[in-house]
Each structure stands twice: as C-alpha cells, then as structure tokens.
Ligand binder design. Sequence first.
Ligand code: ADE
Length: 231
Amino acid sequence: MRIDIATLFPEMCEAVLSESILGRARKNNCLTVNCHNIRDYTLDKHNRVDDMPYGGGRGMVMQADPIYRCYQAIEAQVGVVPHRIYLSPKGSVLTQARACELAAMPHIFLLCGHYEGVDERVLEEIIDEEISIGDYVLTGGELPALVLVDTVARMLPGVLPETCCFEEESHFHGLLEYPQYTRPAVWHDKKVPEVLLSGHHQNVEDWRFAQSLMVTREKRPDLYMDYLNKK
Ligand code: ADE
C-alpha cells in the first residue's frame, strides 16, 4: 500500500512515521509513505500558501493552487487516481471498520489543512472523502493523518507479527479487549485471575470473552448495545 501525505509540516509527519512499528514497516516495504511539502508547489515569489478569507473573518485560509499542484504531481508520479481524503473536524468520524476498508486500498492521498481551513474549491475538485478523528478541533490535520496511517498500517500484512494481534483487540469485533496480565503472578497483593494460570485453553477463552462483554457494557454501553443488536 502507498500513502501520500500533503502537508505544510512534512518533518512533523516524518518524525512519527520513522519510529517504532511504522518505521520498521516502512523499512521492510510493508508500506510506502511519502510526505510532500505543499509549500514546494506555490508559485508565489514569497512562498506564500495562505491568504485572508473572502468575506472577512479571523485567520488565514490555505490557497487552492499549491494544494492542487502538489496533488497533481503525486497523481502524475503514480499514474492512477488514489483515494483522496481531507482530514477535517467536519468529516465522518474514523472507525475501525472504515480503517479496515481503507487498508484494502492500494493508494491513499491525505490532505492536511491548517489555519482556518482550505479553499473549498480545491476540496470540491480533488477530495473523495472527509475524515475526522473525533468531535474536537486540533490545530491542523497532521496528527489526524498520522492517527489514520497508524490505524490502517497495523492491519497490513507483515506489519504486526500475526493477524491475531489486531483481530483480538478492542473494537475489532465490536467489543473492547479483555484485561491482560504478565509476571509476577502476585503484585501489590493483587493476584492474576486463577483461570489464566490453569493452562486450560477453552476456559481461558471463555473467561476472556465474558470479560470483553463485561468491560464493554461498563465502559462503552453504546458499543455494547450495538453489539447486542447485531447479534
Ligand atoms: N483537523 C482539525 N481537527 C481535526 C479532527 N478532529 N479530525 C480531523 N482533522 C482535524
């Protein structure tokens, strides 16, 4: 899978994308991520990429043309139209199910906005979908883009050691994950649940499923109701 990120802060993205599991996945060619600086595509002699909003109001708006030219360069490089996403608090909220669908796509383009937003006309022209990472407002689209890349990347073959790593986790089947424990068996007078020391595989699985149901009912009653309704 290939992901291209158009941003005014490519170093901010690279810093995150070069570390840990994502960094390793990129080195091992499980995933290609390219960060493009929108400023490299302005024709303005002072390198401007933003201007005042028509109609007045606070802040600055990112201009259409540098974004359009940046996107065109990427499309010309690849030769096919990618799935094009604008990260925005106005978008539909990212879910595990949507991330799973995105993980099946060969090529995704992510546009990160800044300041008071982006000229609407370029969104009309090049964007297929707006995605939000939650009902709150951040200073820019970089952190949301990185959240999206991380969520999608960990579902790609070879990124995590085994597919069961993400299939057993919170949200994958609509339930939150059961509690986990590691050594020592007693810590601060708290014992690890007996069943986990029993070596009885079926009992362990039954206990974990019951815990998942209980945790979801307690912490996310909305997800619990969805789960029951889908059954
Ligand atoms: N840009 C600013 N806030 C955002 C959010 N919550 N999700 C996606 N992009 C954003």
